[in-house]
Design a protein around this ligand. Structure first.
Ligand code: SF4
Length: 165
């Protein structure tokens, strides 16, 4: 759970701490701003019929992205109202993270830290800028298409391989 009592606190190397010890500010700063989580996803319909609740469906990412994403900045244009405008937009926290891991991109800092892994070396918290992650094509900028221009029935045509869960 995010520590609301120390809302402004940002400690040295806080990204090495367990997620549940982070203050709200530290939690927010952990995000690398890649916007990969804003991509539309397809859930595999071939999940076995006897799948239990523990069997997560396979996810394929598409290059189609939320209409509210500022694609050049990888920022949300409706951040404050995003859950009103996009009801299924998840505000990630320690409670919903575990059951969301199956669709969260494998580069996501929250997923990595939840799994006890270090941040990738290109993460802006380690490098001090977005240059390294941009060189590696981690942000979605320049590679995506707004959902405004794609019908849901056409998502299959836009499946990508450069993002995986
Ligand atoms: S995938 Fe993770 S690190 Fe990237 S923008 Fe989404 S929450 Fe932040």
């Amino acid at each position: 759970m995010v520590n609301d009592n120390a809302d402004k606190l940002v400690r040295d190397n806080f990204w090495e701490l367990p997620l549940e010890q982070l203050t709200r500010t530290e939690w927010e700063q952990l995000c690398d701003g890649c916007a990969r989580c804003c991509l539309k996803k397809l859930q595999d319909d071939n999940t076995p019929a006897d799948a239990t609740k523990q069997t997560a469906p396979a996810i394929r990412f598409t290059r189609v992205v939320c209409r509210y994403l500022n694609q050049s900045r990888c920022s949300c244009k409706a951040y404050q109202d995003r859950q009103i405008k996009v009801p299924d937009c998840l505000v990630l926290d320690m409670e919903n993270l575990p059951q969301s891991l199956y669709w969260i991109p494998d580069t996501c800092a929250y997923k990595l830290r939840y799994l006890g892994k270090p941040l990738p070396q290109w993460h802006p918290l380690l490098t001090g800028s977005r240059s390294a992650m941009e060189e590696l094509g981690i942000p979605v900028t320049g590679r995506v298409l707004s959902e405004q221009y794609v019908h849901d029935d056409g998502l299959e045509e836009h499946v990508i391989r450069w993002v995986k869960a």
